[in-house]
Each structure stands twice: as C-alpha cells, then as structure tokens.
Design a protein. Structure first.
Length: 324
C-alpha cells in the first residue's frame, strides 16, 4: 500500500500531516481567516502561501500532504510544489474525490461544493486528479462518507476502487457528521474478493467532538490507518478568542498555545496515526508540529475530555459557520 510508506518516516513530526483545505481556495469555514490570509486572495497569493506552508512543513519533517478535488486549486498548488521540490520524493500524497468545487474562486458564493459519490463522479475526478498528481498520488479517499452514502454499497464503485488499489494507490475514505462512528464501522465491513477495501479512514476528532473515538480505535485494531482532521474544530480551539476557558487554563499550565494543547490531546490517542494541521500560516504550523513533543498529564486529559459536546450540537454549530 502506497500510504504505508509514511511508516518509514522516523521524525516525530511525521505524525503531523498538512491539510490544504484552508489555503487551496479563498473561502472556508475556519475562524480567523481575515487575519490568517492575504487581504487579496488571488490565485497567485494562495499558491504562494500554499508553497510557503509546504516548504515549512517538509522542513519540519512532516511527510503527509493532504488535498482534495473540492479544495479549490489545492491539487494544482501541490503538483506545482512537487515539481519545484524533486528532493521531496519521500512525501506521501493524499487526495479525495466526491465533492466538486463550484464557488468560482469567490467567498460569497451561495454554494461552494457539491457532493456526488457516484461512479461517474469518481471516474471524472480520478482523471482530473491523475492529470495533476499522476504517479505521485499515494492515497485516494472518498470525501465525507456518511452512513447513507451509496459509496458504502455500490459494488460497481467498489470494483473501480479495487482496481485503483491493484495499481498501487491506497484506497480510503473520510467521514463527517454526527454519525461518523456508524460510517466507520460500515466501511470496515466492505470487502472485495475477501479483503478489506478501505485501508485508511480520515475522521473529525477533537476535544469538543470525540464521538468517533471508539470506532476509530476499532479501525486501528483492524489494521486501518487513522488520519484525524479538524483537530482544532475549525478554529474553535485555536486561540483565546474562541477556545473554552479550561483549554486556556491548561495552555497556561503547559506554557503552550491553545492550538498546540488541542492537537496534543489528539496525539495522545493511541489509535491516532496522523493528525492533520490545517494551518494557514507558518506560525500556526510551528505550533501544531510542536504539539508532538507536548506531554499532557492524566488530569489535564480528563479535564479536556469534559469539554465534549453532544455530536448533534457540535455538527449543528459547524454547519452554521460562515464561508469567509
């Protein structure tokens, strides 16, 4: 499996991956984008920012780089960087299909992305990804699978994904929504010719929304690589402006920034293989990478666990975040 190459990266920072959702397009739902990004979010400005972050991440020892068809021009920016950095041959490249970006480089679009898990969508987006990333693609995931997604039962789609895996690309899925655990467990039961089809799962997990934890532990036990996204809850855990008071107290106790504490809490989970940084600035990336070396006590972890929200409430709040 191509994604398994990540295990060869020995640096502690290799447990951190860099996700490009926040910088591959001008609009996203993270808090603080008005401060984090250039005032003029042109294609060139975000390409430059993406390359700056990729350079910094690779320099830190980060080796997993995560894009998606729906992250605006993220695959294009990443492909440009890979051509510029032939020394980064050990970088592990992942992308996702299943959402189409439709905002036309606008932050005020009525709709930013459209979901489609059909065979036709897979074939179209697979060709688009191949045109940009070609043989550098290591992992291709179905984007945002929920329990009702046809991707869990469509055998024609499974046949195509199995063929992709036979060509050397690891096949996985990401999950979202209050029923992530159900989607993860359903995915663990999908097989092709007697073998598990999905070898990775990328799920939202953070101190506010830990509901998928038990299912992710089951996935890890079954040999599936776990990637954690949204460890900072779309910026709700990233700074004093939004973070819960208890998180801020623990940050003061440890001498670390709130975002580093939030990332460290996820890294303490024994099943968490790779935790994505969604950094939009190199300062944020530095803090997230530093979380690898941040130890939290059992008491601090217990206090952070008490911050958990009901999944329905968490996802309702997330759905109301504005694109900006």
């Amino acid at each position: 499996m191509a994604f398994a190459r990540l295990a060869e990266a020995a640096a502690p920072a290799s447990r951190i991956g860099l996700g490009l959702a926040a910088v591959g397009r001008p609009g996203y739902i993270n808090h603080g984008r008005d401060r984090d990004l250039p005032a003029q979010r042109t294609v060139d400005a975000l390409r430059d920012r993406t390359h700056l972050l990729l350079d910094a991440a690779y320099g830190h020892g980060v080796r997993y780089l995560d894009a998606a068809r729906s992250y605006g021009r993220s695959e294009e920016f990443l492909a440009d960087w890979l051509r510029r950095r032939p020394d980064a041959e050990d970088a592990v490249i992942g992308s996702k299909w299943g959402y189409t970006y439709v905002a036309d480089w606008r932050t005020d679009a009525d709709v930013h992305e459209v979901k489609d898990h059909s065979v036709a969508a897979y074939e179209r987006q697979r060709a688009e990804t191949d045109a940009l990333l070609g043989p550098r693609l290591d992992l291709y995931q179905i984007h945002s699978v929920t329990p009702e997604s046809p991707a869990l039962t469509d055998r024609a789609l499974h046949e195509r994904l199995a063929a992709l895996a036979a060509d050397g690309v690891t096949v996985g899925l990401s999950t979202s929504g209050p029923a992530q655990a159900d989607a993860i467990r359903a995915a663990l039961g999908v097989t092709w010719e007697g073998e598990p089809l999905f070898r990775t799962v990328q799920s939202t997990y953070n101190v506010l929304e830990p509901a998928a934890g038990a299912a992710l532990a089951e996935a890890h036990e079954a040999g599936v690589s776990v990637i954690v996204k949204e460890a900072l809850a779309n910026g709700r855990l990233a700074s004093a402006a939004y973070a819960p008071p208890e998180l801020l107290r623990i940050a003061e106790e440890t001498g670390a920034a709130p975002d580093a504490v939030a990332v460290a809490a996820v890294l303490h989970q024994p099943w968490a293989g790779t935790v994505l940084s969604g950094a939009a600035t190199t300062e944020q990336l530095d803090s997230h990478v530093g979380a690898v070396r941040l130890g939290l006590t059992d008491d601090q972890l217990t206090r952070l666990a008490a911050l958990a929200e009901a999944p329905a409430a968490y996802w309702r709040h997330r759905s109301q975040l504005p694109w900006s």
